[in-house]
Design a protein. Structure first.
Length: 192
């Protein structure tokens, strides 16, 4: 963590990005529920309290992609998720409400890095990435942000994977991208 601590001390603004803390990923009855969501959400709340609501951003994945693309095949494979974006499945979990002073950043893509998130964090920010799922939306956000030249720390214990094995694999892959992507635990981030 010494390297990460040094990176935080460079005077860059830190932004916590909480990726998709939605009921569809938390509800045990959902096909996409992560068994690690409750523990990750505890760490997310600690991180958000540490950085504050002005420096915390929350994203949501919404089912609004064009069905004429490969997303059509995706929704045919997962018909339970092919409902209106206003369906309660896509609402934030209660524990995520109030984490941010900003409106949610809603995207129809796995990765949340794009024009909205880039504008919200600014060009010089150091991103703290947390949320669900480590092996889908977190990894795609981290890699796209790295490609855009951002510095990011993926907070391992504040991420919820689909399975333990998939989570380890995703963290391994993201760990291959220093110095753009670093890995740390919430206690290390808060302690730095």
């Amino acid at each position: 963590m010494t390297e990460d601590r040094d990176r935080f001390d460079e005077g860059r603004p830190v932004r916590l990005v909480v990726i998709d803390p939605q009921r569809i990923f938390a509800d045990p009855g959902s096909d996409w529920a992560s068994p690690f969501f409750p523990a990750a959400m505890e760490r997310i709340r600690e991180l958000a309290a540490h950085v504050g609501p002005e420096r915390t951003l929350v994203t949501r994945w919404l089912p609004t992609a064009d069905r004429a693309t490969a997303w059509g095949d995706y929704f045919r494979a997962w018909p339970f998720a092919d409902v209106s974006a206003s369906d309660p499945l896509y609402a934030l979990v209660d524990e995520a409400r109030g984490l941010s002073a900003h409106p949610t950043i809603d995207e129809p893509t796995f990765g949340k890095w794009g024009a909205q998130l880039a504008a919200a964090v600014g060009p010089d920010a150091h991103l703290l990435l947390a949320g669900v799922s480590t092996d889908c939306c977190v990894i795609t956000t981290a890699l796209a942000a790295a490609d855009a030249g951002m510095r990011a720390t993926v907070v391992r214990d504040a991420c919820a994977a689909s399975t333990a094995e998939n989570g380890r694999a995703a963290l391994h892959v993201m760990g291959l991208f220093p110095p753009q992507i670093a890995l740390a635990d919430a206690a290390e981030v808060i302690g730095s």
